[in-house]
Write a protein of this length. Structure first.
Ligand code: C2E
Ligand code: CA
Ligand code: CA
Length: 600
């Protein structure tokens, strides 16, 4: 017998016979250990305490028999090869033993038969075990999520599908949970941290769900939960709140602390679907509604949502093709020197000329672009087009005109932003100092170190950084010191409020003082009235932007405006007074009036 390690359990009342057997076996294999038992209790203990490769059993013993030993083996749930090795066994017993799972029956002393039989059966058992393990592995791959070990969508559908009919009288409820903004965790901290966090999230979810429920991972950052025993919608909502409560504690991964919020959609059986796949889809639709409401909330499925979700999908697939079909276009809104009224630059604002719906404004499709990841492609197109246009204006005799480009938070966290900007600078040949990238306060609030690195890389290329919609986020003013930024754009909500609300006016004052202290340029957005303009001038705001001067305009309109500016500068200036000059068109008229005001 080959020299493989064999752990042998001998069921035998005679120690001499056991020894003889052992010494015969060790002639060809020195690596054999054995234990002898001769009664049910000892055998049970041996089976439960240790692992065995084979059982060699006498048939008839004073306190035990091979048939009882076989029964015990089965009772203990062990799949161990079993060979009867006895002086005389009737054919009747042999048949019974084979029926109970014995592999062979060999007459005592016939080693010539015993040894190959043992080898054959041990090998057979090893093959069986390997196959079982492989089957279990395949099963795991097919039905469990590898990262978290949770059941996957298949197993969830299968398991819950069998439970649905039993939930009579009560409502079986399916929750789809999506982690808000998880993509950013991966983008900022890498997949290793993302994966570890995901495992923690899975663990905490499981702790929230009772034994008879089920948690599954259905997508990259999407989970499904089943609760079988929910009496009312209120209870269903309470259960969701219970989960959200559990997530109010932060997750700690290494030295990092994460606050995770969930968007939850609820589907109730049988109201929202007859089978699990339908319930899941509807709960998912409700989850998307929760997400579109800003995340961190719970929504029940309602039939109208199906239509809205369908419309979103149609819009998304049209947006996917919009860049290639040249359906996107840019308008440009001027910003002016607050004192002189001179046009200092323009902000590029994207529009989508939809083939059926007409021109859509950014609020109609930028959130969708962010959500679907399409913002990367759209943002790249905006950056490139705006820089190319600005360069054309520079070359046409308007050097120094600044071009502001909006960069959404999703876009900012996407890898490759710095490279994309560098490429556009090189391709278009624009003076980098004329490019102002507008980021939002929320970008500054997330993971400061990564943000600072990205901003520094951009600053290294001499591009200007502008904080858009400033004052709407939560950043304390002193927080700004940490970031290499150049411009603060005061959110348009302040323009609206400064004239009637003392607090807003005080905030703008504080922002102005801080900006001056940090050497930042301030821009007031959404200036619609002369009173607002006067207010911002008193606060020493550097630039203004708003409908008072001009709404966002086409390239042709801006070109006309620039032409008028050049003509104005060509005329002799009266000392200390910015002068109105001949300008044509509506835009020109407004700007002309503003020059006059600036001079007043
Ligand atoms: P934003 O960056 O704050 O852009 C200014 C928005 O305020 C523009 O809206 C503009 O039309 C509007 N606006 C300008 N002056 C006034 C005013 O006096 N009063 C009022 N009430 N509104 C004024 P728009 O073009 O609809 O853009 C909305 C937002 O969409 C932008 O806000 C920006 O966050 C986003 N967006 C626009 N283009 C892009 C883009 O290319 N990429 C990204 N990521 N976002 C963009
Ligand atoms: Ca902006
Ligand atoms: Ca803004």
């Amino acid at each position: 017998m080959t020299n493989q390690r064999i752990r042998l359990l001998i069921v035998e009342d005679s120690e001499d016979d056991a020894r003889l057997l052992y010494s015969e076996l060790t002639r060809t294999n020195s690596d054999i250990t054995y234990t002898r038992v001769d009664c049910a209790e000892d055998m049970r203990k041996a089976l439960l305490d240790s692992e065995w490769d084979i059982v060699i059993s006498d048939h008839s013993m004073p306190r035990f028999s091979s048939l009882e030993a076989l029964d015990l083996l089965k009772e203990c749930g062990k799949d161990i090869p079993f060979i009867i090795y006895s002086g005389d066994v009737s054919e009747h017993v042999e048949v019974a033993a084979m029926c109970s799972g014995a592999q062979d029956s060999i007459v005592k002393g016939n080693f010539a038969r015993l040894l190959p039989a043992m080898e054959r059966e041990i090998h057979g058992a090893a093959v069986r075990r390997a196959k079982e393990q492989a089957d279990a592995h395949v099963h795991k791959l097919a039905f469990y999520d590898r990262l978290t070990g949770l059941p996957n969508r298949n197993l969830f559908c299968d398991h819950v599908g069998r439970k649905l009919p039993q939930a009579e009288g009560r409502s079986a409820t399916i929750y789809v949970l999506d982690i808000d903004r998880f993509l950013r965790v991966n983008n900022c901290f890498g997949h290793k941290v993302g994966d570890a966090l995901m495992r923690q999230i899975a663990q905490r979810l499981q702790e929230c769900v009772p034994e008879d429920g089920m948690v599954a991972r259905c997508g990259s950052d999407e989970f499904a939960v089943f609760l079988g025993n929910v009496a009312s919608d209120q209870q269903a909502r309470d259960a969701a709140e219970h989960i959200r409560q559990a997530f109010s504690r932060p997750f700690v991964e290494g030295t990092l602390e994460f606050f995770i919020s969930l968007s939850i959609g609820i589907g109730v059986s049988p109201r929202d679907g007859d089978d699990v796949p339908e319930l899941l889809i509807n709960a998912e639709t409700a989850m998307f509604r929760a997400k579109s409401m800003g995340g961190n909330n719970t929504q029940f499925y309602a039939h109208e949502m199906g239509a809205v979700a369908g419309a979103q999908l149609v819009l998304e697939s049209a947006l996917r093709k919009a860049v290639a079909r040249r359906e996107l276009l840019l308008e440009y809104q001027p910003n002016l020197n607050a004192v002189s009224g001179a046009l200092t630059g323009v902000e590029a604002l994207v529009r989508w000329r939809h083939p059926e719906m007409g021109v859509l404004q950014p609020d109609d499709f930028i959130p969708l672009a962010n959500e679907s990841g399409l913002i990367t492609e759209i943002g790249a197109w905006v950056l490139e087009s705006a820089c190319r246009q600005a360069k054309a204006w520079h070359d046409a005799g308007h050097p120094g005109l600044t071009i502001a480009v909006n960069v959404s938070a999703v876009q900012f966290w996407q890898p490759g932003l710095v490279q994309a900007v560098a490429r556009v600078l090189a391709d278009t040949g624009i003076d980098p100092q004329c490019l102002e990238l507008e980021i939002t306060e929320s970008v500054l609030m997330r993971n400061a170190d990564t943000t600072i690195m990205t901003l520094q890389a951009l600053k290294g290329m001499r591009v200007k950084i502008s904080v858009d919609d400033f004052g709407t986020g939560y950043s304390s003013l002193s927080y700004l010191r940490r970031f290499p930024i150049d411009i603060l754009k005061i959110d348009k909500s302040f323009s609206r409020d400064v004239m009637r609300d003392v607090e807003s006016a005080a905030i703008v004052q504080a922002i102005g003082a801080l900006a001056r202290g940090l050497g930042l340029v301030t821009v007031a957005e959404g200036v619609e009235t002369t009173e607002q303009l006067e207010f911002f001038r008193r606060q020493h705001c550097d630039r203004v932007q708003g409908f008072l001067f001009s709404a966002p305009r086409s390239v042709a309109d801006i070109t006309e405006m620039l032409g008028a500016r050049a003509a104005a500068q060509a005329l002799p200036q009266q000392k200390g007074i910015a002068r109105p000059h001949r300008m044509s068109g509506r835009v020109g008229k407004i700007l002309t009036q503003e020059f006059a005001r600036g001079a007043a």
